[in-house]
Design a protein around this ligand. Sequence first.
Ligand SMILES: NC(=O)c1ccc[n+]([C@@H]2O[C@H](COP(=O)([O-])OP(=O)(O)OC[C@H]3O[C@@H](n4cnc5c(N)ncnc54)[C@H](O)[C@@H]3O)[C@@H](O)[C@H]2O)c1
Length: 398
Amino acid sequence: MHNSHHVSAFRFPALHHHDVLQHKRALHSSFILSQRQYDTRLRSRPETQQLRPIPTRHNSRLGSNFCTPTPKLFTQFRLFQTASMQSKAKLTSKIAIVGAGEVGSTIAYSLILNPITGDVLLIDPKTEVRDAQAQDLSDATYHGNTSTRVRAADSKEAGQCDIVVITAGAAQKEGESRTDLIGRNLKILKSAIDECKPFRDDAVLLIVANPVDVLTHFAQEFSGVPKSQVFGSGTFLDSVRLRGILANKSGVAASSIDAYVLGEHGDSQFVAWSQASIGGVPLSEIVKDSEVEINKNEIAEETKKKAASIMQAKGATAYGIGGVAASICKSILFDQRNIRPVSHWQEELGVCLSMPAVIGREGIVRTIPIRLDDEERKNLEGSVKSLKEVIEEAKKDQ
Ligand SMILES: NC(=O)c1ccc[n+]([C@@H]2O[C@H](COP(=O)([O-])OP(=O)(O)OC[C@H]3O[C@@H](n4cnc5c(N)ncnc54)[C@H](O)[C@@H]3O)[C@@H](O)[C@H]2O)c1
């Protein structure tokens, strides 16, 4: 009793009896239609606008371009799809994630929860892990609130996606120097990029693997894609962490706080305190007038050390970067023009590091010329020097 009630409610939750009759009539009146005619008819009827094209059954008499809509069962299948797929069928873009480990799979999960793309493709030379991740993530798509599909793919398909997110990288081994790690990750980056080639003309490459600024520099070189279309997540994650700390202290939502961590995503990063504001009021004024204590050095240090303390306890950080990378993908696909601190080519400085930039479908639309005070400028020069040294060192090893 309970079951039969459940089944009928599940089949036709959004359609009235009248809609069902009309839809059946449409199918019966068009006994043989080409797939295109059939879809056009369905789309042109307001009550069926949410329907997705049905899979065409091969018809040996007419050839594979034709479908023969047959009575009842078929109609029900179609209506069943209406209920579960809703209007999200519009999403046709593809995002490839190269490296299906902790970070790559968490980015995929964020993309499922906030669907902005039709397909997420996972690429990893460890094919067993890749396939298992694809299956596990797919299980998170069947509940019906997402239209994003996840599947395993090869590198060539990745190159033809709208966005290629690169998380392929090795973790630092015990006793391994930073330079050795860079050497290892550079080799991985080069092979990952070479295998994806050729890239679609409008593909945007988002580098997430560390050291992200150095890898972004080399990804621009290895890929041959215009520099504005290759950038790294940079200090966006650090800035989000900073805003979280300030939000907790001030009792204001993190999204109402404007504060950037800039420079290298690493030791030489710095907070652009001179430009920080809450609700448009400069932080310096808020601090003067309020009882909330803002110890800038302590907060900057807590922000910088947050990743290390999480890693020490659980071995990796994934959720923060998952959310951040998915949000960057949204800015790109929807040409949102959000301003984010991401690692991109700095013509004047000759390196890739994080400065606020406008992000859109073409990648970096432009850099925002943020005004820094003397100390912040000195810190920026420190980041430039440190990154240039690492890049020179890495070039020698190549
Ligand atoms: N930018 C950030 O803010 C940020 C935050 C967290 C982690 N990370 C970085 O992300 C990277 C990945 O971290 P993780 O925890 O997911 O590591 P992980 O070891 O879990 O995953 C890395 C994956 O890359 C794969 N891989 C290796 N070579 C490849 C290739 N040629 N092509 C495709 N895939 C390849 C590996 O098989 C592995 O599955 C690391 O470099 C880490 O430091 C960056």
